[in-house]
Design a protein around this ligand. Structure first.
Ligand code: ZN
Ligand code: ZN
Ligand code: ZN
Length: 270
């Protein structure tokens, strides 16, 4: 399975739309890996995680065929991840969507309730699946999804583990230090890739988002529990512009810890 990091930024993106900080100005001028769109992922062609304000940009930049999606999973309803109005482009007259095409939307109950209020799911050819901590679903390509509780200060924030007999991956943003129930469930996994919230970068932080020592300690804990495979790839993602670290700065900090720095367009081939 090819896991594509479509976006690697926090809510404001880098460069931020109105920001004059040195990192945003550098990213705008020089481009490259310092340009970060809002966080989202694709697992192959059929499974996507999050659908924020940069979905159109992801489609064009990476040549994604969004019509092929069958499962769209939401981590939570913050605006950098949740932009449900765009899903109405699946309605008749907005896009040519085959009659039998259905896109399953997966998320915590409060998020799905909100989506149902904001758009007409039936006319947009959506089916809705409410999940909670511990829920399991089989997605396209036989991928098993497990939802886990995040610590993000919103009632609807979930993390997701994906696995088949061949590979397993944990996508964990947005979150601070995991709640106990999440650590308990993580014991049952042996991940080949972990993509972890690193919003605060080298500044220690553990409430709502992760950074610094607390970010690195999550990997130590997972390793102690036996939840990482020998070939595991550890990836930091969901970066804010506020700490001011460039991609190069992040690599310099993370590489000695065996952690890769996520960027828009990074592919993990599991
Ligand atoms: Zn976010
Ligand atoms: Zn900035
Ligand atoms: Zn968030």
């Amino acid at each position: 399975m090819k896991i594509l990091i479509c976006g690697s930024a926090a809510a404001e993106a880098v460069p931020g739309l109105f920001c004059t900080c040195p990192l945003c100005l550098k990213a705008l001028k020089e481009g490259g890996k310092d340009v970060r769109s809002r966080t989202a992922y694709q697992l192959g062609e059929k499974i996507r995680v999050d659908f924020g304000p940069d979905t159109f940009y992801h489609m064009v930049k990476f040549g994604l065929r969004l019509d092929l999606l069958t499962d769209l999973i939401f981590t939570h309803s913050h605006r950098d991840h949740f932009n449900p109005g765009e899903l109405e482009n699946r309605r008749r007259g907005m896009s040519r969507v085959p009659e039998d095409s259905l896109l399953r939307i997966i998320g915590d109950a409060p998020l799905i309730d909100r989506l149902e209020k904001e758009i007409d799911a039936e006319k947009s050819k959506l089916t809705l699946a409410r999940v909670a901590h511990g829920s399991r679903l089989i997605l396209a390509d036989g991928v098993e999804l497990t939802a886990l509780r995040a610590e993000h200060g919103t009632p609807d924030a979930l993390l997701y583990a994906f696995r088949t007999p061949e590979w397993s991956c944990f996508i964990a943003n947005d979150t601070g230090w995991f709640p106990g129930e999440t650590w308990d469930l993580l014991r049952k996994f042996r991940f080949d890739a972990v993509i972890l919230d690193c919003c605060y970068q080298n500044i220690d932080h553990r409430r709502g988002h992760l950074g610094g020592e607390s970010f690195l300690a999550v990997f130590d804990e997972l390793r102690k529990m036996g939840s990482l495979s020998e070939k595991v790839r550890l990836v930091a993602n969901h970066f804010s512009h506020n700490p001011g670290m460039s991609h190069e700065d992040l690599c310099r900090w993370l590489e000695p810890h065996g952690v890769e720095t996520g960027f828009d367009g990074m592919v993990l081939d599991l």
